[in-house]
Design a protein around this ligand. Structure first.
Ligand code: ADP
Ligand code: MG
Length: 241
């Protein structure tokens, strides 16, 4: 057994520059982050601090200008666009603030999408999508279109879609940003429940209340990590009932 056992994310010196005309905007200025399997991390910071940029790099949606990123043993910083897409599809489930459901596909078809990318045959796909929906107690909504569902239900469909592949990592960028506080609590309880079941979760939020659901809080400011409690101030060891 090596000392790296259990490490899912190992990012060193991540830099992301965006060209802005003649200038360069330094969105990330050297981020080091290690995440072990089973962690639930909140990345916090003010608007514009680089949270989404970091999540995009960690989620293989984008590549760093410089730095190293080892995800689940694979050095992903040097992969091609197509290779990154494959890593994303196999290892990561995403949940975004604005849900990103296909408007003309029903709940079940939306949940099946990652399985279609993964070339899973239809019968198995339907079965897995239904199980994911049932897990979120949305089985009776399988044939509903997104516009027939509430915001909270839509986000739950997105959670089912993020889970359906059994990814190594679930990433959520402001998942409650479009929801009222009662619905936000439902969504966060579900994420906490997934973490209790063994899923590794990285959550981006600027809301302190939402961040308390995580076991570890990492703060970012001006493209750098300014604090990382490494789980020392975990308030909630168990998901709320
Ligand atoms: P946060 O999610 O913390 O609000 P972001 O990571 O979205 O912050 O953005 C960090 C900074 O990088 C912001 O100033 C933003 O304007 C800039 N930025 C983000 N994406 C791009 C891009 N594609 N091109 C240029 N600048 C960008
Ligand atoms: Mg953001």
């Amino acid at each position: 057994m090596s000392e790296n056992d259990g490490i899912l994310i190992d990012a060193r010196g991540l830099v992301k520059d965006y060209p802005m005309g003649e200038e360069v905007y330094h969105a990330l200025r050297g981020v080091d982050l290690t995440v072990r399997r089973g962690e639930f991390i909140a990345i916090m910071g003010p608007s514009g601090s680089g949270k989404s940029t970091l999540l995009h790099l960690l989620g293989c949606l984008d590549t760093p200008t410089s730095g190293e990123y080892i995800l689940d043993g694979t050095p992903v910083h040097a992969l091609s666009h197509d290779q990154l897409a494959e890593v994303r599809n196999n290892k990561i489930g995403f949940i975004f603030q604005s849900f990103f459901l296909l408007p003309r596909a029903n709940a079940m078809e939306n949940v099946e999408l990652p399985l279609i990318y993964a070339k899973i045959p239809p019968a198995e796909r339907h079965q897995k999508a239904l199980e994911a929906l049932q897990f979120l107690k949305l089985g009776t909504h399988a044939r509903h279109m997104p516009n027939q569902l509430s915001g909270g239900q839509r986000q739950q469909i997105a959670i089912a879609r993020a889970l359906v592949n059994k990814p190594a990592l679930i990433m959520a960028d402001e998942p409650t940003g479009n929801l009222d506080s009662a619905t936000s609590a439902v969504i966060m309880d579900q994420l906490a429940g997934l973490n209790a079941g063994g899923n590794t979760i990285i959550l981006v939020t600027h809301e302190p209340d939402i961040a308390t659901y995580a076991k570890r809080q990492v703060r970012i400011r001006d493209g750098k990590i300014v604090s990382d409690d490494m789980g020392r101030t975990a308030k909630k060891e168990e998901p709320r009932a």
